[in-house]
Design a protein around this ligand. Structure first.
Ligand code: AMP
Length: 288
């Protein structure tokens, strides 16, 4: 596995590979877990060469967020990626990616407005900007993103469409721990009690999915109330809990009947102690 930090060098390597096959990219912020590795395996199915990027992107963290304490585990990550047969680890430094004078921002308006966009102003601008730079630095045919960050996935799909970028965004389902908790680099922040409480989140989502499928005339507001009630047994602070169509991610009004919605998805963010956790589930299909 090659390790490169220079965008120019990564671009040249990728161009060379593209002469004989496809190239897929898995962008990450490192501290890799099985969720990330599942994306890598999907990338390997899609293309003959796989690039993984590791970059803790300062642009997507707010001033009071966890940029400084975000977990970093470079050596361990390298070992994991080597074992997966990754061809290139692209790990730019912040000064290489954002040299002095860097002043461009990519803004994907409507999809980034609600949900996480509301509580993390500027976050999706940071995500879209870094992903465009990653795509430009690797010239890939496919980029794999997890549904764990569902709004991010939709924002990036929109950016790729709007800017005619010559690559396909490929979604990967959420990879979960044995008790259903969505895997996340941030889970390692959780104390034993917080980890136990976090297990309520996937249970509440799953219960909501079952209710949505069995109680036919349920409204969005009624279902959200049930989810909030399920979570009230734990000291979790709900930042948002919304039902939105996967298409536009606009939260539904409380009185909207679920049956009238196109591809409804339940999305939530909670604070568990000082750790922010997000999760989501399709209200339509099993295991989504
Ligand atoms: P991150 O390192 O947290 O920025 O995540 C890098 C990529 O891995 C993003 O596309 C995430 O959506 C994806 N990802 C992270 N955790 C999971 C998970 N549990 N299941 C599926 N994809 C994930």
């Amino acid at each position: 596995m090659k390790i490169l930090s220079s965008p120019e060098a990564a671009y040249q390597e990728s161009l060379r590979w593209k002469q004989t096959g496809n190239v897929a990219l898995v962008p990450t912020m490192g501290a890799l877990h099985e969720g990330h590795l599942a994306l890598v395996r999907m990338a390997k199915q899609l293309a003959s060469r796989v690039i993984v990027s590791i970059f803790v992107n300062p642009l997507q963290f707010g001033p009071n967020e966890d940029f400084n304490r975000y977990p970093r585990a470079f050596e361990e990550d390298c070992r994991k990626l080597k074992d997966e047969g990754v061809d290139l680890l692209f790990a730019p430094t912040a000064t290489e990616f954002y040299p002095e004078g860097f002043s461009t921002r990519v803004s994907v308006s409507a999809l980034a407005e609600h949900l996480c966009g509301r509580s993390r102003p500027g976050h999706f601008e940071g995500v879209a900007t870094v992903c465009l730079k990653l795509f430009q630095s690797t010239a890939v045919d496919f980029a794999v993103f997890g549904e764990k960050d569902f709004q991010q996935l939709r924002v990036l799909e929109q950016m790729v469409t709007d800017l005619n970028l010559p690559l396909k965004v490929v979604p990967h389902p959420i990879v979960r721990e044995a008790d259903g908790l969505a895997m996340s680099s941030r889970n390692r922040y959780l104390s034993a009690d917080e980890r136990a409480w976090a297990g309520l989140i996937p249970k509440a989502l799953k219960a909501a999915q079952v209710r949505a499928q069995t109680l036919k005339d349920l409204t969005a507001g009624e279902l959200i109330k049930l989810v909030r009630n399920d979570l009230s047994a734990a000291p979790l602070r709900i930042e948002y809990c919304e039902i939105a169509s996967e298409k536009d991610l606009v939260p539904q009004r409380a009185e909207s009947p679920l049956e009238s919605m196109i591809r409804p998805r339940l999305l939530l963010a909670v604070k568990n102690g000082t750790t922010r956790l997000i999760d989501n589930l399709s209200l339509l299909k099993e295991g989504a």
